[in-house]
Design a protein around this ligand. Structure first.
Ligand code: GLU
Length: 449
């Protein structure tokens, strides 16, 4: 069974890059299910070991965003609740001599790195901690220092076949032994993530390429812990107008996108393709989108993400939302349901769900729109040619055909005053579709003025 996970740190509101990681994992799993018929499981993992920066409101926002996107999770875990397990693994690694204590301060480490760079060397940790005797350590602790711990990497090639990047290989000798416990006893991301992926049976990890070197380190951790190594896929990060997208920029938080009326399927349809050379296909459902999804189609170049692209795609998505879904959405918003006729008429003029209200107001209010004297006279003249019977989509054509014949008006001269009288707007839905929505009584009242 395929098990994927999305592991946000609830230290800020999610931006488009985080949403992308969530949706790529979901699409990947759904796509595999389509191909193989096999069920999958989606784990939502809160990487909340940083007690200072993790906030309940950000965690709530993650749930909200996921629900909004329509990505359900089968299991929820919190790293903050698994510290006992992490400590147990840490003890095991210590006993096996795979972890060593270090005492450098952040400044001292920075100084070492600077000196290495100045000498043209890569800034790899020199393993000074490993050479400390018990006596040295006692002395350092007497000075008031507390140890942090590093995981001892094997100096060997570690490789994997990445779903996006193909064959990847890193030599442990070129990497710093990662710090796995901080001075204050807290765990940075690296080791807990591996323990969780192992314990929760994660089979596939799709995450941004900023984690590629972590993968080399983490594979070594899987190896010493005897875990099954998942399949990895690292799509390139998105770049935005501001350069690298980051949570701190906050300019593209999912909440703002939501408030702007961007549909989840707009985001999903765009991001499923951004970074591949395949065209964006506006899809209404995840299933439909997953049918076309292929992670191996992602290239190595960083795709450029522009919020404008979402705004351009959104109308195409919104306009093809089926009526029952539109009504469900309106209900959620506390708005009245709409009819099929109304939706067919106005949907081509809608960029977001919130625009519906404006056309409802236009179609169903008792407002009579102001016209110039000339236009009013003309509209009143057209009244006598209104066909009898209930209005349908043929009414407008029949009516204006007669008006044209009788008055000699055509084109804009004919249609513009009628549009102004009926909608008060220069532009809008096709009048032939609007007429049945307005009905005879309102049409007459508005033409009459
Ligand atoms: N919490 C990590 C992040 O947000 C998760 C990385 C991973 O997917 O392993 O970057």
């Amino acid at each position: 069974m395929i098990t994927v996970r999305f592991a946000p740190s609830p230290t800020g509101y999610m931006h488009i890059g985080n949403l992308r990681t969530a949706l790529l994992n979901y699409l990947f799993a759904l796509g595999m299910k389509k191909q193989t018929g096999e069920e999958f499981s989606f784990l939502l993992r809160m990487d909340d070991t940083d007690r200072e920066r993790s906030k309940p409101e950000y965690e709530q926002a993650v749930y909200e965003d996921m629900r909004w996107l329509g990505i359900p999770w089968d299991r929820l875990e919190h790293q903050s609740k698994r510290l006992a397990r992490y400590n147990e693994v840490l003890e095991n690694l210590k006993q096996r001599g795979l972890v060593y204590a270090c005492y450098e301060t952040a400044e001292e480490l920075e100084y070492k790195r600077r000196r290495q760079r100045a000498r043209g060397l890569p800034p790899v940790y020199d393993r000074a901690g490993m050479k400390l005797t018990e006596e040295d350590k006692a002395k350092l602790e007497a000075e008031g220092r507390r140890p942090h711990y590093r995981f001892k990497l094997e100096h060997k090639e570690t490789s994997w076949d990445d779903l996006v990047r193909g064959h990847c290989s890193y030599n442990g000798a070129h990497l710093s032994d990662p710090i796995i416990v901080r001075e204050d006893g807290t765990f940075p991301y690296m080791l807990p993530s591996v323990i969780d992926d192992m314990d929760f049976g994660i089979t596939h990890i799709i995450r941004g390429e900023d984690h590629v070197t972590n993968t080399a380190v983490q594979i070594q951790m899987f190896e010493v812990l005897g875990g099954k190594i998942p399949v990895f896929g690292h799509p390139p990060l998105l770049t935005g107008r501001e350069g690298k997208l980051s949570k701190r920029l906050g300019s593209l938080s999912s909440r703002e996108l939501r408030e702007e009326g961007i549909e989840p399927m707009t985001i999903a349809s765009l991001l499923a393709r951004l970074g591949t050379s395949d065209p964006v296909v506006p899809c209404q459902t995840w299933e439909e989108l997953a049918g076309h999804f292929d992670l191996t189609r992602f290239g190595r170049a960083q795709p450029h993400f522009d919020t404008e692209d979402l705004f351009k795609l959104n109308p195409r998505i919104v306009r093809s939302i089926p009526l029952d879904k539109v009504n469900a959405r309106l209900k959620e918003r506390g708005e009245k349901e709409i009819t099929a006729d109304f939706w067919t008429a106005v949907s081509p003029n809608i960029d977001k769900i919130a625009d519906i209200a404006q056309w409802e107001q236009i179609c169903f209010s008792d407002e009579i729109f102001a016209l110039s004297e000339e236009d009013r006279t003309f509209c009143r003249q057209t009244l006598e040619f209104l066909p009898a019977g209930e209005f349908d989509q043929t009414t407008f054509g029949i009516w204006t055909g007669i008006v044209k014949e009788k008055t000699g008006r055509k084109g804009k001269d004919l249609f513009h005053p009628i549009r102004l009288a009926l909608t008060g707007r220069e532009q809008g839905p096709e009048l032939k579709m609007l007429l049945p929505v307005l009905g005879r009584a309102k049409t007459v009242l508005r033409l009459q003025g």
